[in-house]
Structures are given as structure tokens and as C-alpha cells.
Unconditional design. Sequence first.
Length: 89
Amino acid sequence: MADARVIFYKPLALAASVGGGLLAGAVFSQVWKRLGKGAEKPEPQDLSQSTRDVLVAAAVQGLIFGIVKAGVDRATASGFKKVTHVSPE
């Protein structure tokens, strides 16, 4: 049977993931303002945008999201273990 402390990890991880998603979106917006030709990222359905711009934006967005998600997941698990002395596995 799962320890009660580990059961509390799931809602904590969910909340951290939502916060991480918001953080990743904000980071991507700032990065794209510097990298992109316009302030807004090109939408794949907008055929007036170049395919290159759409694919570069998607790649940068995925890279940022992946890094932020891994960092948030790692920090959440590490913090949980420091507080409870139990691994959230």
C-alpha cells in the first residue's frame, strides 16, 4: 500500500506542472520576441507564414517546454524527498 505522503505527491506534481507550463509559455514568448520576425509565434494553419518560421517556432517551443518540464519535475521530486524523506517513485 502506498504511503500517505506519496499520495500527496500527485496533486503537488500536478500543480507544479501547471505552473511549469505557464512558465514555459512565458519564457517562449520572450525568446520568440527576440528570435522571430514578429511578436507572435506563427500558427501552422496560417499559410502566409513561411514553413521555416513555423517549424523553427515549434522546435524552439518544444525545446523550452521540455527543459522547463524536466526542471520542474526534478525540483518537485527533490523538494518532496527533502521534506518527507520518501522518494515519490
